[in-house]
Write a protein that binds this ligand. Structure first.
Ligand SMILES: C[S@@+](CC[C@H](N)C(=O)[O-])C[C@H]1O[C@@H](n2cnc3c(N)ncnc32)[C@H](O)[C@@H]1O
Length: 193
C-alpha cells in the first residue's frame, strides 16, 4: 500500500522509503562541505529542497528520487538533473565528485558508497551511518581491518558504527575522539556483506 508518507502495510513500515525533510542545521552543514567545482549526486532527494539549494552553489547536481509524486513539476535551476528512479539499480553518473545521502534509515549504505567510489567520487556527505550526525566520508581512503583495531569508535564500510571494547586503562581522551574507518566488522560477518 502506498501511503501519504511512504510504503507501509499494517505490520510493516519501510522506513527507508519514508519522505521527511531534515532541519536547517543539517542542510547548512551539507552546503558548507561542497565546493563550487563539485558535481553532486543527491541520493533520495525527496522534494529537491536541498538539491535546488546545492544547484545555486555548484556547477552541476544530479538528484535521484524514487517517488515521482515528490518531485516538483517545474525546476528552478538548469544545472539540476533529476533522475526519477531507484538509486539501487540506476548507474551513477561518471562525473560525480561528491555524494549526498541524507537518509537516516538507509539500508544500502555500502551499495551507495561502492557505486560512488567506482565512479571516482571523492566524498560522501551522509547521516546514514550515525543517524543523528552528518559526516563527510573520504570514499577513496584505505580502511583498516576491524581485527586490527584495539579499542575505540569505528565506522564500517558496510554502514555500521560502534565502539570496540578493550581494557578501560587503554581508553584515553584522544582515542575516544577518533572514529576509525574499518571494513570487515562483526556485522559484515552476520549479514555476509
Ligand atoms: C528521509 S527522506 C530525505 C529527503 C532528502 N534527502 C532531504 O533531506 O530533504 C529519504 C528520501 O529517499 C527516497 N528514497 C529511499 N530509497 C530510495 C531509492 N532506493 N532510490 C531513490 N530514492 C529513494 C525516499 O523516497 C525519500 O524521499
Amino acid at each position: 500500500m502506498l501511503g501519504e508518507l511512504g510504503f507501509y502495510t499494517e505490520n510493516h513500515i519501510d522506513w527507508e522509503m519514508l519522505w521527511s525533510p531534515y532541519d536547517e542545521r543539517t542542510y547548512s552543514f551539507v552546503i558548507e562541505q561542497i565546493q563550487p567545482e563539485d558535481i553532486v549526486l543527491d541520493i533520495g532527494a525527496g522534494d529537491l529542497r536541498l538539491a535546488q539549494r546545492i544547484a545555486s552553489v555548484v556547477q552541476k547536481v544530479y538528484a535521484i528520487e524514487i517517488a515521482n509524486r515528490l518531485i516538483p513539476s517545474s525546476l528552478t535551476h538548469e544545472n539540476l538533473v533529476v533522475i526519477t528512479a531507484d538509486a539501487r539499480y540506476t548507474p551513477f553518473p561518471e562525473d560525480v565528485t561528491v555524494g549526498v545521502l541524507l537518509m537516516r534509515h538507509c539500508q544500502h549504505y555500502r551499495l551507495y558508497a561502492e557505486k560512488l567510489r567506482t565512479v571516482g567520487a571523492a566524498r560522501l556527505i551522509t547521516n546514514a551511518r550515525w543517524r543523528l550526525g552528518v559526516e563527510v566520508v573520504d570514499l577513496q581512503q584505505d580502511r583498516m581491518k576491524f581485527r586490527e583495531l584495539d579499542l575505540g569508535w569505528y565506522a564500517c564500510w558496510c554502514g555500521q558504527v560502534g565502539f570496540k571494547a578493550g581494557p578501560p586503562s587503554q581508553l584515553t581522551p584522544e582515542i575516544d575522539r577518533i572514529v576509525n574507518e574499518v571494513d570487515d566488522c562483526p556485522h559484515c560477518h552476520m549479514t555476509g556483506d
